[in-house]
Design a protein around this ligand. Structure first.
Ligand SMILES: NC(=O)c1ccc[n+]([C@@H]2O[C@H](COP(=O)([O-])OP(=O)(O)OC[C@H]3O[C@@H](n4cnc5c(N)ncnc54)[C@H](O)[C@@H]3O)[C@@H](O)[C@H]2O)c1
Length: 249
């Protein structure tokens, strides 16, 4: 018996980075997958790779900030699989600008994807979990949702919101056997980091990290797998920090 046998998992932002690592790991553990992203080139590549390995997978172009898109994704999920057991609200975007440099347009987009997208995901997928008799939601925040950095104003605001939104959702749905937990990654080696920071800036960023290295996407995926699986059946509203010790002090 694999850890996610008979489970249907929906992962947003699955084309690259941590979402991709979660998709590959969940597939190894027996899950059927609904993978969504805006980057269809990489998502289609992943869908082919997984399908060839015998995994049942549905890839959908989806902007998590759009309620219309979530309605469409929920309908497709119901049509193809009849239920969703696991939702990983992983899609996210980063911008390093501080308070004064952030334009309203940028602010609205980052809040729209990271914060509104997480709320919309729960709003539209919880009904499918209810039908299945319960489920597990894993929301991806960031250590920037726990501590201030002096940069990335909109990103930090959105990730802080994901933290408390997850807690209130955990309270709202606990009696319905729908668990809601949050992961707080530190610096993880994904396109988001390699495209946002030069090697020099990255080394500065990593200097205070006690483990003295960047994390790997699979190291976050294992945390998501634990929270998605029955092994965490008595855990809801929890905060799993995966950061090489960055936030210890
Ligand atoms: N990499 C890190 O160091 C780090 C640290 C803390 C938190 N996080 C968070 O982890 C999550 C995954 O990050 P990552 O590093 O793998 O990022 P990434 O940029 O490597 O991958 C994110 C994926 O999300 C997709 N995406 C972006 N906007 C979308 C939208 N509106 N709708 C659907 N898909 C969209 C992208 O196309 C991409 O495939 C994000 O929420 C991010 O904020 C990352």
């Amino acid at each position: 018996m694999k850890r996610l046998d008979n489970k249907v998992a929906l992962i947003t932002g699955a084309a690259k980075g941590m979402g991709k690592a979660e998709a590959q790991l969940f597939a190894q553990e027996g899950a059927k997958l609904i993978l969504t992203d805006l980057d269809m080139e990489n998502l289609d590549k992943l869908e082919r790779e997984l399908s060839e390995a015998g995994v049942q997978v549905l890839a959908i172009r989806h902007d998590v900030a759009s309620e219309e898109d979530w309605t469409m994704v929920a309908k497709e999920a119901e049509k193809v699989f009849g239920k969703v057991d696991i939702l990983v609200n992983n899609a996210g975007i980063l911008d390093p600008d501080g308070i004064e440099d952030t334009t309203l347009e940028k602010w609205n987009r980052i809040i729209g994807v990271n914060q509104t997208g997480t709320w919309l995901g729960m709003k539209h997928i919880v009904p499918l979990m209810r039908k299945a008799g319960g489920g597990s939601i894993v929301n991806i925040s960031s250590i920037y949702g726990l501590i201030g950095s002096g940069t990335s104003a909109a990103y930090q605001a959105s990730k802080g919101a994901v933290r408390i939104l997850s807690k209130t959702a955990a309270m709202e749905y606990a009696a319905e056997h729908i668990r809601v937990n949050t992961i707080f990654p530190g610096a993880i080696n994904t396109p988001m980091v390699s495209e946002s920071f030069s090697e020099e800036v990255l080394q500065e960023l990593l200097a205070p990290v006690p483990m003295k290295r960047i994390g790997k996407p699979i190291e976050v995926a294992y945390g998501a797998l634990f929270l998605a699986s029955i092994e965490s059946s008595y855990i809801t509203g929890a905060e799993l920090v995966i950061d090489g010790g960055w936030t210890i002090p």
